[in-house]
Write a protein that binds this ligand. Structure first.
Ligand code: SAM
Length: 280
């Protein structure tokens, strides 16, 4: 039984970090003319109303996209990320927040293709409504790990897979790593971006240790937290493991994450880092 609803967390610090990385990755794919394929294995609803009851429950966006919305002198990459949200809020007021599928759709060119899988029956229904009639978007009411097997490798030779689980189930970390290994075996040239929560440091470190031993090469890790790690009941921060990161991503993140941390860190807590888990 799936109970996670992303609407409670839409636009929070973890979304900002993840969607900034996602924007950088998608924009890197636009540098070449050849069409690309995007797979979002845990797509959720695609768009969130920050005025809805669930978003207002904890108002998580207030320590995420909220403080960024009015910033005038943001770096260009941050403006690009915010551009997908601005496209949903034509009156300039922050009300709708784009999920990962909406962010990528913002940048898709006519020849590019996007596949979304989502298991929750309500979320997949909302997702279907969000992209109704959109011929470049295919929605699959499917388990993420089956979607990886069914949809990879794609006919396009270039592309990106976002794997963004809800981490509701105890064995999610193990299933995730097994699935990444299998997906990489199917499509070793694709870019893979895997999101993970940093709630307690030991769990994240254990995952990274096992990832390092997976045999997968060219793996960059970026982390971003706004709270110190001693608070294990809250989401202090999050990380992304990026396989086959595009040229310059490391450099871009090293310049953007300190800026973002300055804007979002709570009383100087938290930190950021960008490191190679496994080099080429
Ligand atoms: C963290 S949310 C995804 C957020 C989205 N990627 C974004 O950035 O806007 C995780 C989603 O995964 C869905 N989910 C959980 N287990 C799944 C599975 N095994 N297969 C596919 N979707 C799953 C949940 O219903 C939830 O909507």
């Amino acid at each position: 039984m799936l109970s996670y609803r992303h609407g409670f967390h839409a636009g929070n610090h973890a979304d900002v970090f993840k969607h900034l990385v996602l924007t950088l990755l998608v924009r890197s794919l636009l540098r070449k003319e050849k069409p690309f394929f995007y797979l979002d294995t845990h797509a959720a609803a695609g768009r969130y109303d920050l005025g809805s009851a669930i978003a207002r429950k904890n108002r998580e966006y207030k320590t995420g996209i909220g403080p960024l919305w009015e910033v005038k002198d943001a770096p260009e990459a941050i403006l690009n990320y915010l551009g997908a949200a601005r496209a949903l809020n034509s009156d300039g007021k922050l009300r709708f927040y784009p999920g990962s599928p909406r962010i990528v759709r913002h940048y898709l060119r006519p020849g590019d293709r996007m596949a979304l899988s989502e298991l929750h029956p309500n979320e997949v229904k909302v997702l279907g409504e969000e992209f109704a009639g959109d011929k470049q978007v295919k929605i699959h009411h499917l388990d993420a790990y089956q979607a990886l097997k069914a949809l990879l490798p794609p006919s396009e030779r270039r592309g990106l897979v976002l794997i963004d689980p809800a981490f509701e189930l105890k064995d999610e970390w193990r299933r995730l790593l097994d699935a990444v290994k299998e997906a990489y075996r199917r499509w070793a040239t694709g870019i893979f971006a895997v999101w993970y929560p940093i709630q307690d440091r030991a769990t994240a470190d254990d995952f990274l240790r096992r990832f390092k031993k997976s045999g997968i090469r060219k793996v960059l890790v970026a982390e971003f937290s706004i709270l110190d790690p001693d608070e294990t009941l809250r989401l202090n921060g999050s990380g992304m493991v990026i396989i086959n990161p595009p040229w310059k991503l490391e450099e871009e993140l090293r310049s953007l994450l300190p800026w973002l941390w300055e804007k979002l860190a709570v009383d100087g807590q938290g930190t950021w880092r960008v490191e190679w888990l496994v080099e080429e």
